[in-house]
Design a protein around this ligand. Structure first.
Ligand code: C2E
Ligand code: CA
Ligand code: CA
Ligand code: CA
Length: 275
């Protein structure tokens, strides 16, 4: 039994060492990716339900690694956050997204994900100001998406940063709404322009009355508080019909359009096949 236990411990330890080594390799690869330009952005359309117009696009990072292939953000963003590399990555994303958005129609905005680590960086405001100045994008066409984890720490500091961002003229969205905690305090205390209802609610809405009730309550609160609501992860026409009925302002999801690398021609003004 003793030998068995030690064997397991050794096995566990070597597994851990492999994990640590893999992390180091990944970290190194991220640094290389930044300098060699291996990242690009895909853009997913956002459709307003008032008139089915594409009112903007969310920028989503993609990593084309020379040997790993296409690496999903979920498998490198956490390491980038732990190592602080998310700050230079996020700065690149801001610049690239703003440059790209200047080629779109003037009423279309670009939504950029800002990680909690990047949000707390003292350089965030300077990076955003630079991205806007260098691209010439009007500030109201930039929206930053924050998750609730970005907003849990020092409440006053957060409110201060958000007001400063708003003073620049850009928009602020709360991402993945409903999955974190103290959501209602955030709605009450923070200057938000948009709530993005997490796709888990949308996925369950047709079969689970409670999920539908949550979406209904969020859209009602949004109306009362003058905050736009957007439902994420809309994959089929029945979900879309329900969200229309519940009064969501906008939708995003595979039904409307998948994230795509920009072509050289401008994107369509209207979504196709989304009715
Ligand atoms: P997110 O911000 O919640 O982005 C939405 C994710 O849902 C994207 O995954 C998108 O491709 C996917 N999605 C869109 N429509 C549908 C749908 O109808 N059904 C389903 N099942 N999925 C849908 P993606 O691109 O893999 O990104 C995953 C996460 O990685 C993002 O979640 C975001 O948290 C993070 N991320 C992506 N790009 C960036 C970035 O530039 N900076 C930072 N900090 N995080 C990023
Ligand atoms: Ca997002
Ligand atoms: Ca989201
Ligand atoms: Ca998410």
């Amino acid at each position: 039994a003793k030998r068995h236990g030690r064997g397991r411990a050794a096995h566990y330890a070597s597994g851990m060492m492999e994990a640590v080594a893999e992390r180091h390799t990944l970290e190194n690869d991220i640094r290389i990716a930044l300098t060699e330009g291996q990242f690009h952005l895909a853009y997913q359309p956002i459709m307003a339900l008032a008139d089915d117009a594409v009112v903007g696009f969310e920028a989503l990072i993609r990593w084309q690694h020379p040997t790993r292939g296409l690496v999903a953000p979920a498998s490198f963003i956490p390491v980038a956050e732990e190592t602080g590399l998310i700050v230079p990555i996020g700065t690149w994303v801001l610049g690239e997204a703003c440059r790209q958005a200047t080629r779109w129609q003037p009423h279309q905005h670009v939504a950029v994900n800002v990680s909690a680590v990047q949000f707390r960086s003292p350089m965030l405001l300077a990076h955003i100001t630079a991205a806007l100045a260098e691209s010439g994008l009007p500030p109201h066409r930039l929206e930053i998406e924050l998750t609730e984890t970005a907003l849990v720490e020092d409440g006053r500091q957060i409110a201060h940063t958000l007001s400063a961002l708003r003073q620049l003229g850009l928009k602020i969205a709360m991402d993945d709404f409903g999955t974190g905690y103290s959501s209602l305090a955030h709605l009450r205390d923070l200057p938000l322009d948009r709530i993005k209802i997490d796709r888990s609610f949308v996925a369950a809405a047709l079969t689970d009355n409670h999920s539908m009730a949550v979406i209904k309550a969020i859209t009602q609160m949004g109306r009362d508080m003058n905050i736009l609501t957007l439902a994420e992860g809309v994959e089929d026409a029945d979900q879309l019909a329900l969200l229309r009925r519940l009064g969501c302002d906008a939708v995003q999801g595979y039904l409307i359009g998948r994230p795509e690398r920009p072509s050289s021609s401008p994107p369509p003004a209207r979504a196709s096949g989304a009715r």
